[in-house]
Design a protein around this ligand. Structure first.
Ligand code: NCD
Ligand code: ZN
Length: 348
């Protein structure tokens, strides 16, 4: 039985670190495991310009623990009105790596999102020309569509028509949760890839309701049926360069999760690599974790792979029940109080 696992230093290609005190609370956990992360722009108000991204990047760097070598890779929030000039500034910036598409109203802080994908078409054309990736929250918001079907309908109504119109656009289908999403990406050309979260590899939707409603397993897109989890595990462990690590760690204070209308998001930053190791081991594919976590992402983004390694050991430890966050309610990590088999013993 494998007892130690050394892999090239990985990156997180989908991460929420919020702002201010929240960033200071959550960022050290990511910086310990990952050299770089794609930082989501869904602040209030959202990060819409290169100038705002530069200021946000400085705040993130200032929140790092002394000596950390973490590099935030910034994104802009695409709106109906994103100007073509802003895309030119992104291309010239060097530090803004992508734009994020949120359908208006789909998830946390998405009110300023796109109401119709045709509206920002000039910006999308400029992105295709400049090779700037579009990171897509792949759900439709049509209230007539069942919440468990929103990703599959997104593929038909939004993603496929968009790629027919702009075949060279680089697209990352973020946090895929369905067989349809995985199959679409696997069959698409090389400019289309996907991130997969640890929770969607480890759990199906039953987890939300085991013994009562369990808000810390609620994220968007929501967990799906077992057949979809199995398809995601197959994709992640297939060795295909189209699938890579993106935790979608999305911190919310406990008192905004454990209420009548709780926020969406699983907090996985403290133990992300250990969770992925568990999922890959269960699939008999620990040898495929390194490429998923450290090679496929930078290769897709056209960035160098990291040097250095991190090391995990088979050593049982208990996930804390609660961690410090922005107020006295703290934050509850995914799997709080449970035992994990793998432990990160040598980080970045
Ligand atoms: C994210 C958040 O809280 O910012 N929540 C989530 O459930 N994943 C937003 C998002 O990525 O959809
Ligand atoms: Zn997210």
């Amino acid at each position: 039985m494998t007892t130690t696992l050394a892999i090239t230093t990985p990156d997180d290609w989908h991460l929420h670190v919020r702002d201010g005190a929240a960033t200071r609370a959550v960022l050290p956990a990511t910086a310990r495991q990952f050299r770089r992360a794609i930082i989501m722009p869904n602040l209030k108000p959202p990060v819409r310009t290169v100038a705002e991204a530069a200021a946000y990047r400085e705040r993130i760097l200032a929140a790092l623990p002394p000596g950390a070598r973490f590099e935030p890779l910034m994104t802009l929030y695409l709106t109906d009105n994103t100007p073509v000039d802003e895309i030119r500034r992104v291309a010239a910036s060097g530090f803004v790596k992508a734009l994020k598409y949120y359908p208006a109203g789909a998830t946390t802080n998405s009110d300023a999102g796109v109401t119709d994908i045709a509206r920002p078409m000039a910006a999308l054309e400029a992105m295709a020309d400049a090779g700037i990736p579009l990171l897509m929250h792949g759900e439709v918001t049509d209230p007539a569509v069942d919440v468990f079907d929103r990703e599959a309908v997104f593929v038909e109504r939004i993603l496929d028509p968009l790629l027919r119109r702009l075949p060279s656009l680089k697209v990352v289908f973020e946090h895929i949760t369905t067989r349809q999403g995985a199959e679409y990406v696997a069959a698409a050309p090389g400019n289309v890839a996907a991130t997969i979260t640890p929770q969607h590899l480890l759990y199906n939707r039953n987890e939300l309701f085991k013994g009562g409603i369990r808000p810390h397993f609620y994220c968007l897109p929501v967990l799906k049926r077992e057949e979809h989890r199995v398809a995601l595990v197959r994709a992640a462990t297939s060795g295909s360069p189209k699938f890579f690590l993106g935790t979608d760690s999305a911190p919310h204070a406990t008192n905004t999760k454990e209420i009548a209308c709780g926020c969406a998001g699983c907090f996985t930053a403290p133990h992300a690599l250990e969770l992925y190791a568990e999922a890959f081991e269960a699939a008999g594919a620990l040898d495929r974790l390194e490429a998923f976590a450290a090679f496929h992402g930078p290769d897709f983004y056209g960035l160098p792979r990291n040097s250095g390694t991190v090391r995990l050991e088979r050593s049982a430890w208990q996930v804390p029940e609660r961690l410090d966050y922005v107020d006295a309610s703290g934050i509850v990590p995914l799997r709080a109080g449970e035992t994990l088999a793998w432990k990160l013993v040598a980080g970045v």
